[in-house]
Design a protein around this ligand. Structure first.
Ligand code: ATP
Ligand code: MG
Length: 335
């Protein structure tokens, strides 16, 4: 097939905030995906989506499919921008639809759906002005996060707050600096887990990945903060989490965690691939933090490929699974 790879290239820009490009993809990732696609016999075209003439480029491309990892340009629906254009042009693409991408980028809306589906998620409150009275049923410590970001943007260990004064300071700071609502959640102590789902005919839930931050004691980064994600592997800064895949869980808990991720994938209506982030409380409740329908696919560093490798897949198999799943979906829709 002729496949266009749509992406945002990560480029350093000293005039922008330090986390400006954190969601975007490195050349290493883009090259790895294109090599994998070529190894399956596909012809690959590169489409960096911040280019001005994106609509006509895609319209004139005459590709059979788009392999989409683009985060989009700006705003609360940015991850849906490319799929919306592709829907209009009737070009099939890998991954989730405009609807699921927009819902998943809205953490509070995702949580509302999870609650309706009886999937555990931390108790929360959404702050719009920063003047709202805090819900008295919420128990400190709480964590404050931008409602519409990924890659842990805006999340440092100072976002975990122990009292009302700290809470309001952080809420106002995030509303102002990210120009969006602040999500306040109960902070769940316990294991950090993430679960990959591949949907290729039937859903395949990959081995659960556990991320252990105890070796990061020197940096004081005890959870998956922005610094931990951005500089992961930097041992001098103490930013070296330990990965366990499969996670160190008993069989019943592992089954429960996998089931929870699959229910989340289905509740949000994701296609082909998703990664669900979970905190497992000491009493074994798998609290879903969020679902990522565009998980990072760096072959060396990203969580998702690590889970695929643990399932015995090669990087090429992972990419092929995504393409095959999108193709099968397309065939079904078109009878
Ligand atoms: N309620 C919580 N309790 C405990 N830890 C939390 C909670 N919310 C967030 N965290 C920590 O912060 C990290 C980032 O939070 P979250 O996954 O919501 O943000 P994100 O920016 O969407 O992440 P991603 O990089 O996966 O897109 C989590 O992986 C976890 O370590
Ligand atoms: Mg996350």
């Amino acid at each position: 097939m002729k496949i266009a790879l749509t992406y945002n290239l990560k480029v350093k820009d000293a005039t922008k905030p330090a986390d400006y490009a954190s969601e975007y993809d490195s050349e290493e990732t883009i090259n790895a995906i294109s090599s994998a696609l070529r190894s399956q016999g596909h012809h690959v075209e590169f489409v960096e989506v911040s280019r001005q003439n994106l609509f006509s480029v895609l319209k004139d491309s005459r590709v059979d499919m788009v392999f989409n990892i683009a985060e989009g340009k700006h705003g609360k629906f940015r991850e849906s921008e490319i799929p919306a254009i592709l829907d209009y042009l009737e070009i099939p693409y890998t991954g989730s639809s405009t609807l699921s991408l927009a819902v998943a980028l809205n953490k509070a809306l995702t949580k509302k759906i999870l609650k309706a589906e009886n999937i555990p998620t931390p108790a929360y409150q959404l702050f719009t002005s920063g003047e709202e009275e805090v819900d008295p049923s919420l128990r400190f410590p709480l964590i404050v996060k931008p409602n519409f970001e990924g890659s842990a943007k805006g999340i440092t260990r100072n976002n975990v707050v122990d009292n009302k004064a700290e809470l309001y300071l952080k809420v106002k700071e995030l509303i102002n600096s990210y120009n969006q609502q602040a999500l306040v959640e109960e902070f769940i102590e316990g294991k950090e887990l993430t679960v990959g789902v591949l949907e290729n005919g039937t859903a395949l839930v990959l081995p659960v990945l556990e991320i252990d931050f105890s070796s990061a004691a020197t940096s004081g980064e005890y959870f998956y903060s922005w610094r931990m994600k951005e500089f992961q592997g930097d041992s001098q800064q103490g930013l070296t989490p330990t990965f366990h895949c499969p996670a160190r869980l008993d069989k019943d808990t592992e089954d429960l965690v996998k089931e929870t991720a699959l229910l989340t994938h289905r509740a949000i209506g994701c296609f082909d691939i998703s990664r669900t982030d979970i905190r497992l409380s000491p009493d074994n409740v798998p609290y879903v933090l969020e679902i990522n329908p565009l998980p990072g696919l760096n072959p060396k560093e990203s969580n998702f490929p690590l889970m695929a490798y643990a399932a015995g897949m090669k990087y090429e198999d992972l990419i092929d699974s995504i393409v095959t799943s999108a193709q099968q979906r397309r065939n079904l829709t078109h009878g």
